[in-house]
Design a protein around this ligand. Structure first.
Ligand SMILES: [Fe+2]
Ligand SMILES: [Fe+2]
Length: 214
């Protein structure tokens, strides 16, 4: 497995740069089938369509941020098991990213223009968290995933009534995020003190505000 291979600092930098570009600008490829499957695509009016696209754009950007956070954290994780866990979570987020991208296209919309910026900011936060040690690293995963779960719940309530395709994707994502949080908790996450959770909630509030439109 690649975990045993030794990468030079330059190798690592190039791998990270490639990941950053692929995640924030490229088209992700899912390993699992899209949970929307063959559910009917409802005929939404213009306003509902725009609203559903805004919510799915938020979710898409949220997944870009999650990947950047985990890859940043993994870059400085001290323990190999923690690094592997972070990279595995990042891999599952790729499915989420791909499914949200699919749904945006079905809604005749596109991802946020600012994804490279969100990626850079989240990567920096991931690095900072990772440098504080693995307990913090895992604590960040728990807090991120719990906050994402809460906002996915909001979206399930707010999506247009007939939009079962978006809902199916969000339900699967929500179950995955809960599992990511549980695993991190079991692996020894420490509880993050205030004001960190509050600051995380504030920055995701800002992201949601912008990504809903742009
Ligand atoms: Fe996710
Ligand atoms: Fe997750």
């Amino acid at each position: 497995m690649s975990a045993t291979r030794r990468y030079s600092p330059l190798d690592r930098l190039l791998i990270e740069a490639q990941h950053a570009l692929g995640t924030s600008l490229g088209q992700a490829r899912a390993e699992r089938p899209n949970p929307a499957g063959s559910l009917r695509d409802p005929a939404l009016d213009v306003a509902d369509r725009r609203h559903a696209a805004g919510l799915m754009r938020i979710n898409h950007t949220g997944e870009v941020c999650a990947q950047a956070l985990y890859v940043g954290q993994a870059a400085v994780a001290r323990d190999e098991a923690t690094r592997a866990q972070l990279l595995h979570a990042a891999q599952e987020e790729t499915d989420h990213l791909a499914w949200c991208g699919d749904r945006l296209r079905e809604l005749d919309s596109r991802p946020s223009l600012f994804n490279p910026l969100w990626y850079a900011g989240s990567y920096a936060i991931g690095l900072a968290a990772g440098l504080r040690g693995d307990g913090w690293n895992l604590g960040f995963v728990v807090e991120t995933e719990r906050q994402v779960e809460a906002h996915l719940d909001e979206h399930l309530g707010s999506l247009p009534a007939g939009d079962e395709r978006s809902r199916a994707i969000i339900r699967t994502m929500k179950a995955d995020e809960a599992r990511h949080a549980d695993h991190a908790e079991q692996a020894g996450a420490r509880k993050l003190p205030q004001p960190i959770p509050r600051l995380m909630a504030l920055s995701s509030q800002l992201m949601k505000l912008v990504a809903y439109r742009l």
